[in-house]
Ligand binder design. Structure first.
Ligand SMILES: Cc1ncc(COP(=O)(O)O)c(C=O)c1O
Length: 463
């Protein structure tokens, strides 16, 4: 392998050409890769900032991909992982525990909601979802209900890219061409009042929450005796905060029908919504929780599934028929322990709640007030979704997909002004939870200027 200089004197055109040719960027469009764009080679992270190979600074407004909750460049995490790897890198977690795995599972049992007490480790979010589904199905087997095997998810919700997780994932572009899907996957409507499929107004519950009724109808139609679990995230797509009574009504229906609730906290967990776990906002207790992303602060890949006492008890005389090599890797364990320690020591969850309120206020008073193409802003904690529309009356979107010229032009404008973000019909904000007011103001200013340009000089239309 040739050594390549990635420092400032590197031949930067060669660098991007090699990156474009050999590094298969995920969820990225091929034609765009041909662009000579060095701003996509990042070399450094520090706090809420990223720096590209040319030295340009960006505010990381999406925390990597919803995971760098404690910010970039936390040397404490790197040092702790390095010390652990020198001592003991790996043991087979089918046979042994380790000191950090014991400590982390105890800590997760303490900070997760309800009576979740048994932690199964894995490598990431999609894997955690697969594990949760299998755990739910085996649980029903063990309790003498082997026909309970279907899983209900919500349309429009992302749960991962592996096969069963993809089958439950809503957006068609993630699953369309990969038929046939898991035949046990079912879907109901999501609780997103701005785009209510029944075109009803919530109006204090006047709609009688058709999104909940949809779940009730599906359970009746399929037969409760065939359904293992309902999987959902506390809040979806950044801005889909459900009506206040949504979760308690869903919980009652699930309990009546002996259907487990899998709370997918891969994105909302670890402070993102201003609470340790997103579901804490809604005062209900899940049976199973999936986590990944910010579990380790984003420094090492890792995921976990937490199960309730009742589920753990059902497995008392049996093994859970699932195993992956990297479960409980010590680097993952130590990275998670150190990240949680930093979050506690520096009151990062509280900061997320406080800064989330400030972000929402600024976004409403600047972006919503000024821009007719901002259709709707929803947020909870430091997770925000801004829906861009052609006009507020019709709520018509620009186009589907991040390969559309609107999405590409908006993303380019934001990037030129130093914002690393995901933008299109939906602009999703999810900065590191260590952010302060000044950085939020900077993000709002950049969005304001870029959206103004999109509205005033819509050259992107001819691109
Ligand atoms: C809610 C949710 N579940 C599962 C996943 C899949 O996680 P991963 O990308 O680590 O496989 C994601 C990823 O974005 C997610 O947001």
């Amino acid at each position: 392998m040739k050594e390549k200089d990635t420092g400032p004197e590197a031949n930067q055109e060669d660098l991007w050409r090699d990156a474009a040719r050999h590094h298969w960027l995920q969820d990225h469009y091929g034609a765009d890769q041909a662009v000579d764009d060095l701003s996509r080679i990042m070399v450094k992270g520090d706090g809420i900032h990223l720096f590209d190979v040319q030295g340009k600074r960006y505010v990381d407004a999406i925390a990597g991909l919803f995971l760098m909750n404690i910010g970039h460049g936390q040397e404490e995490v790197a040092d702790a992982v390095s010390r652990q790897l020198k001592k003991l890198a790996y043991v087979n977690s089918g046979a042994y525990s380790t000191l950090p795995a014991t400590e982390l599972s105890r800590k997760l049992a303490e900070i997760t909601p309800g009576d979740l007490s048994r932690i199964f480790f894995c490598g990431g979010g999609s894997e955690a979802v697969e594990i949760a589904l299998k755990m739910a199905r085996q649980y029903h087997h063990l309790r003498g209900r082997p026909n309970k095997s279907k899983i209900i998810a919500r349309r429009g919700q992302y749960h991962g890219s592996t096969y069963a997780a993809m089958s439950l994932t809503g957006p068609a572009r993630f699953r369309g061409i990969f038929e046939p899907h898991d035949p046990q996957a079912r879907h109901v409507e999501r609780p997103y009042c701005y785009r209510c499929p029944w075109e009803l107004e919530y109006d204090g519950g006047a709609c009688d929450l058709q999104c909940v009724k949809d779940l009730e109808r599906l359970i009746k139609f399929e037969g409760a005796e065939t359904i293992a679990a309902f999987i959902a995230t506390p809040v979806s797509a950044g801005n889909q905060v459900p009506p206040p009574e949504y979760w308690s009504r869903v919980r009652d229906i699930l309990q009546e029908n002996e259907i487990l609730f899998i709370d997918d906290e891969v994105l909302c967990g670890f402070g993102r919504l201003g609470t340790w776990f997103g579901i804490e906002h809604f005062d209900i207790e899940p049976d199973i929780v999936t986590m990944a992303k910010a579990l380790t602060g984003g420094y090492i890949p890792g995921g976990a599934v937490a199960a309730s006492e009742e589920i753990a008890e059902a497995f008392a005389d049996d093994t859970f028929h699932h195993g992956v090599t990297y479960a409980g890797h010590t680097a993952t364990m130590v990275s998670a322990l150190k990240s949680i320690e930093i979050m506690e020591r520096e009151s990062i969850v509280q900061n997320a709640a406080e800064m989330g309120g400030y972000l929402h206020r600024r976004a409403m008073e600047v972006l919503y007030e000024k821009h007719p193409t901002v259709g709707y802003i929803g947020s909870l904690g430091l997770l925000m979704g801004i829906e861009m529309v052609q006009d507020r009356e019709t709520k018509k979107q620009w186009a589907k997909g991040r390969d559309h010229p609107y999405a590409q032009a908006l993303t380019a404008k934001l990037r030129d002004r130093g914002l690393a973000i995901r933008a299109g019909n939906l602009i999703v904000l999810s900065p590191p939870l260590t952010i302060d007011r000044a950085a939020i103001d900077e993000i709002i200013d950049i969005l304001d200027e870029s959206i103004t340009e999109m509205e005033e000089k819509p050259k992107w239309r001819t691109r």
